[in-house]
Write a protein that binds this ligand. Structure first.
Ligand code: PEP
Ligand code: MG
Length: 750
């Protein structure tokens, strides 16, 4: 970069900083800034467009275009060259704007006389704030140095926006982070919650984007990078002692921390007049913008590493972090980009709700949230950029909707919904100790699903009669190394103690697919859900499965033991897994250890093939539980993790119900006890239909026991069966409309 540009740039940034320091109204400042930039860059025009709402940009200040266009000219994202900059988050540089792709003529601005156009995004950490444009009459491309310099200026404008420099009388801008904002994401865990934001990683505020002394800033950056590298080295040596796999991941991380390119770019930013922290943020913003457009999973992960390192570096430079002393509110709703299961468990039930920018329905965080019954919304794009600690927030985990800083009317409607749910909970408490007996006298056994020690108190609280599914993988997922047998035996024993004699069905390790153990080498599979998972891993690597079976046998010691194998696709697999358990029992017996009082060995029916297994399978299994979540995804060939298809097919679809009915019949033929433990068992209307086609045991989240039982107790299953049969005969695709119609006609909702 030529010397002249360097000092020009630094001079320009200093002038911008002085503007920030001078008293003045928001609009005056914006006007002054466009004047200074145009003057310094020697262009006839400088304009600032800021987002009015998430989709509209407004010309907020200009030097050189017609003043009457200010606050009148608006563009949608993607519209015109300015909209193109906003959409792509990249610079557009052209010497002949009218012929450039996407150019849109806006007569009110008088810009037709300006040939050259350079626009750069104004963005801060992935949050798009606007577009900064310079234009001139002379038809020429701007040089790389000029583009770079304007990007640095845009960074300072972004920081000024963040600091509220343009808010106030006469300005169209209201302060950032004050307006209500709604987010539509995905439903991760049902339930509604109201509370205040608690950011998992608090936002770092840069108050000094411009610095006078590049020498001093470079020294600060160097010292911070050294500290960062040392801390990564420490992490690495700690990991390589116990965990070679994690060490490998950290190696890649260290490579980034030591990357010369990264540091060089930040030093160049400093050279142009940015402070060390603003330079870190500038590079981080660019990486984040790129992150949103990179389809390659590996590259995305690497960019994520870079983002993580930048955050650490910012905290070192600013001294900001948890130690800022922010206090967690009494009603915290956790807001994060993503969070690991261990970290989430550390917060535990203190949280009222969770909102993630990333995550997925089957992610570890979602599993933990579900186990803790905390409402969770996933895929709430950009919420970490928008939310501040302490902001009021409403979370609807059912709809996947979040209201940040809600209007009063939204808040009132939401609180009504919460109150209605609380009233319903009270109603459910009154039937807690009553059986789920229908009007026609059929009893449906209500079991609950669990996965943590912390779930067990719900066994008494919900009125569930047993734990129909204890997912054992959580204990494996939240550790960074394989748990030891004695540890597991103690845990399973505690679970049985806490169940106070009620039956607990332990499902053996169901890993693979979305549930990846941090300490197990990840196999890249084209279709992980159809891949090497659950019992397939257990049989191929039987050491881990046998260790778990031994732990279960030891935990039971004199008590009944129920073990269930997940994801069985054919008789042979079940027989082989069962043999492992029998052999372990034999071995324990030979070692003179106390054996369980009785042992039941069951299978989860989660693949369509098993429904058509030979009769011997149904005879061999002591019990069968339908894993409806997986079974449904394979039946309809619709990924349960994929938001685009996961709700596409109704559980009450005639084909699926007919298929389930066939399973009921096959179990009846061999007198094999059958239950249903997928999420649908906890949805009242679905549960009702499952009971109507013959299921007599349903296992669900504890919070669902009340609502399902409430409905079952008011229903005549024979009548519902009649409605279903009529719907079957009518050629309807789903029985839902007919069943809902029937329910509307009865008093079930009372
Ligand atoms: C299921 O597939 O329905 C089930 C209960 O197991 P998971 O959700 O843990 O895969
Ligand atoms: Mg399953």
């Amino acid at each position: 970069m030529p010397d002249g540009t360097e000092s020009e740039s630094r001079k320009l940034l200093r002038r911008l900083r002085d503007t920030l320091a001078e008293p003045g109204k928001g609009q005056e400042r914006l006007d002054r800034i466009t004047h200074i930039i145009a003057d310094s860059m020697r262009t006839e025009v400088c304009s600032i467009y800021l987002f009015r709402d998430s989709d509209t940009l407004e010309l907020c200040a200009t030097e050189g275009l017609k003043p009457e266009a200010v606050h009148h000219t608006r563009l949608r994202v993607g519209e015109g060259l300015v909209g193109r900059v906003a959409r792509s988050a990249r610079a557009v540089n052209t010497g002949d704007a009218p012929s450039a792709k996407g150019f849109r003529f806006m007569p009110e601005t008088g810009e037709e006389v300006f040939s050259s156009f350079l626009g750069v995004p104004i963005q801060r950490l992935g949050e798009r704030l606007g577009v900064l444009v310079v234009q001139s009459r002379e038809a020429r491309q701007f040089s790389d140095d000029e583009v770079y310099a304007l990007e640095v200026v845009a960074m300072v404008v972004a920081e000024m926006t963040e600091l509220g420099a343009f808010v106030g009388e006469g300005s169209a801008m209201s302060a950032l982070h004050q307006r209500p904002a709604n987010f539509r994401g995905g439903a991760g865990q049902e339930g509604v919650a109201a509370g205040h934001v608690w950011l998992h990683e608090p936002r770092v505020v840069v108050t000094n984007p411009v610095a006078d002394d590049p020498e001093a800033e470079r020294a600060r950056l160097n010292a911070a990078v050294d500290e960062l590298r040392l801390s990564v080295d420490d992490m690495l040596s700690a990991a390589s002692l116990g965990d070679p796999e994690q060490a490998k991941v950290l190696e890649a991380y260290r490579m980034f921390a030591n990357s010369r390119g990264w540091k060089r770019r930040m030093e160049e930013d400093i050279e142009l007049g940015l402070s060390a922290e603003a330079a870190v943020e500038k590079e981080q913003s660019i990486a984040r913008a790129r992150l949103q457009t990179v389809p390659d999973a590996y590259l995305r992960e690497r960019l994520q590493d870079l983002d993580d390192l930048s955050n650490r570096l910012l905290r070192i430079l600013t001294g900001q972090g948890r130690e800022t002393g922010a206090e967690m509110p009494d009603d915290p709703i956790l807001v994060a980009r993503n969070i690991g299961p261990g970290e989430l468990l550390a917060y535990g039930r203190a949280l009222r709700g969770i909102v993630l920018e990333e995550g997925s329905v089957g992610s570890h965080a979602a599993i933990v949230a579900r186990a803790l019954a905390i409402p969770l919304v996933i895929h709430a794009a950009n919420i970490t950029a928008e939310a501040l600690n302490g902001d009021p927030i409403l979370v609807d985990g059912e709809q996947g909707v979040v209201h940040l800083r809600p209007e009063e009317s939204v808040r009132t409607a939401f609180m009504d919904k919460i109150a209605m749910q609380a009233a319903a909970q009270e109603r459910y408490a009154s039937i807690r100790d009553k059986p789920a007996q229908t009007l026609c006298g059929t009893r449906i056994a209500m079991h609950m699903n669990a996965g943590l020690m912390a779930d067990l108190p719900s066994l008494q609280g919900s009125g569930a009669e047993a734990v129909g599914l204890f997912r054992t993988e959580l204990q494996f997922l939240i550790r960074n190394k394989v748990p030891r047998r004695a540890e597991l035996a103690a845990l399973y024993s505690h679970v049985m103690d806490a169940a106070r004699g009620k039956r607990v069905v332990f499902r053996t390790l169901d890993i693979g697919s979305d549930k990846v153990l941090p300490y197990m080498k990840r196999e890249d599979e084209p279709n992980p859900a159809l891949g090497w998972r659950a019992i397939r891993v257990g049989l191929d690597r039987s050491g881990m499965m046998r260790m778990q079976l031994q732990a279960l046998i030891r935990a039971a010691a004199g008590r009944p033991l129920s073990v269930m194998f997940p994801f069985v696709a054919q008789l042979e697999e079940f027989a082989a897994a069962r043999d492992h358990l029998l052999r372990e029992l034999d071995r324990e017996d030979r070692l003179n250890r106390p054996l369980p009082r009785s042992v039941e060995i069951g299978a989860m029916l989660e693949t369509p093939s098993l429904a058509y297994a030979p009769k011997q399978f149904f005879e061999l299994a002591d019990f069968i539980s339908i894993g409806g979540n997986d079974l449904k995804q394979f039946f309809f060939a619709a990924d349960r993790e994929n938001e685009r298809v996961r709700r596409r097919y109704d559980t009450l679809n005639v084909s699926f119900l007919t298929f389930l009915e066939n399973i009921v019949r096959r179990c009846d033929d061999t007198d094999t006890p059958l239950s249903f433990c997928g999420e649908d068992a906890g949805r009242p209307v679905e549960a009702l239909c499952l009971a109507a086609i013959g299921l007599r045991t349903l296992s669900m989240r504890p919070a669902s026991v009340g609502p399902v039982k409430h409905l079952l107790r008011r229903i005549d299953l024979g009548e519902v069966r009649g409605v279903i049969d009529a719907a079957f005969a009518s050629g309807d695709q789903s029985v839902r409309p007919a069943v809902m119609e029937y329910l509307r006609g009865s008093d079930w909702a009372v």
